[in-house]
Design a binder for this molecule. Structure first.
Ligand code: ADP
Ligand code: MG
Length: 312
């Protein structure tokens, strides 16, 4: 059974801009799925349509087999959504936000209070239950939106950029809780423009760019397709120039910083050993945050390659 099935989905905004250009996408029940793409790709538009906030121009959407046009109520009942923008009454106390939401789904008051307590405790917000929304930090607001999205126990949870503006510690706790929910059987779809987020959490990834799906694959398969990874290395001592090392592409950024490209099959250990052999020690390093761009570039290259092969 598909938790979500989208066919030939198109969205043309009133401005005439075509944000979705015929999207086909299906997500299996039980999956932890990422919709990965840069800003402006159409992620929020897609989520907006599935959650009835945006009208589609054409195409079909089904959630657990319920067609969005014919059975919108069944779709709503199966779905929990955490939108990208906060959309709360800022003066409402935390607990009421969750209890009111339960009300929309016809959950009796006592049961609603019980569930609010359960989810607010799970998301580490119970202590703040009497605080007004506006007094919460960004991370707390995001967690409250998750609690609110879960109160009717949806089978599919959709989160639009859930960790935007959330600090590292909280992000980790949030990831753990999402994993727990998924392990208990909730299908999860999240949108992100962080490859790392998709990589850490999701089993399957669809890449979206300019309103089109450019790839759908298991996370492992997709990442194995990354031919080049770029690292930024901080050195223990200043360098006069970038050393020439066989097989590695090195660029000097400043006195004590090198950029290194690793090709598929090369390991960081190989690189460190090669550097050490010419007297260079690495103090620290980081993955340059361009792996997503890299992945897009490689997808485009491969697409061109395939087109060229077909033409030949
Ligand atoms: P993402 O969530 O991937 O960043 P969006 O779905 O928000 O992308 O936006 C996709 C494209 O549609 C962007 O170019 C955006 O400017 C445009 N867009 C979004 N909302 C509207 C709107 N209400 N009217 C016109 N264009 C819009
Ligand atoms: Mg968005």
């Amino acid at each position: 059974m598909h938790a979500l099935a989208v066919e030939q989905l198109r969205k043309v905004y009133r401005s005439g801009f075509e944000a979705l250009k015929g999207v086909d996408l299906s997500v299996e029940e039980g999956d932890f799925f990422a919709l990965l793409g840069p800003n402006g790709a159409g992620k929020s538009t897609l989520i907006g349509i599935v959650t009835s906030l945006v009208n589609k121009t054409a195409g079909r959407v089904a959630v657990f087999g319920h067609d969005l046009d014919r059975e919108p109520e069944a779709v709503k009942a199966s779905l929990g959504v955490v939108p990208q923008e906060f959309n709360f009454n800022l003066f409402l106390p935390v607990e009421e936000v969750v209890v009111n939401q339960a009300g929309y789904f016809g959950i009796p008051r006592r049961e609603a209070r019980r569930r609010a307590e359960f989810f607010l405790k799970k998301l580490d917000l119970w202590e703040r239950r009497r605080s007004e929304m506006r007094l919460l930090s960004g991370g707390m607001k995001r967690r409250l939106m998750i609690a609110r999205a879960l109160v009717h126990r949806p089978k599919l949870l959709i989160l639009d950029e859930p960790t935007a503006g959330v600090d590292i510690e909280i992000r980790r706790a949030m990831w753990d809780y999402l994993r727990e929910l998924n392990a208990e059987g909730t299908t999860i779809i999240l949108t992100t423009h962080y490859l790392e987020e998709a990589e850490s959490l999701c089993r399957n990834i669809a890449m979206i760019d300019q309103g089109r799906i450019s790839a759908v694959a298991e996370t492992q398969t997709l990442l194995a397709g990354l031919d080049i990874e770029t690292f930024v290395l901080n050195l223990t001592a200043p360098l006069a120039g970038a050393p020439g090392l066989d097989g590695f592409t090195l660029t000097q950024l400043d006195d004590t910083t090198l950029e290194a490209q690793l090709h598929r099959g090369q390991s960081l250990n190989d690189l460190f050993a090669a550097l050490r052999s010419v007297g260079i020690e690495v103090a620290s390093m980081r993955n340059k945050q361009n792996r997503l761009e890299q992945l897009f570039l490689e997808m485009v290259d491969r697409g061109r390659g395939a087109a060229a092969a077909q033409a030949a």
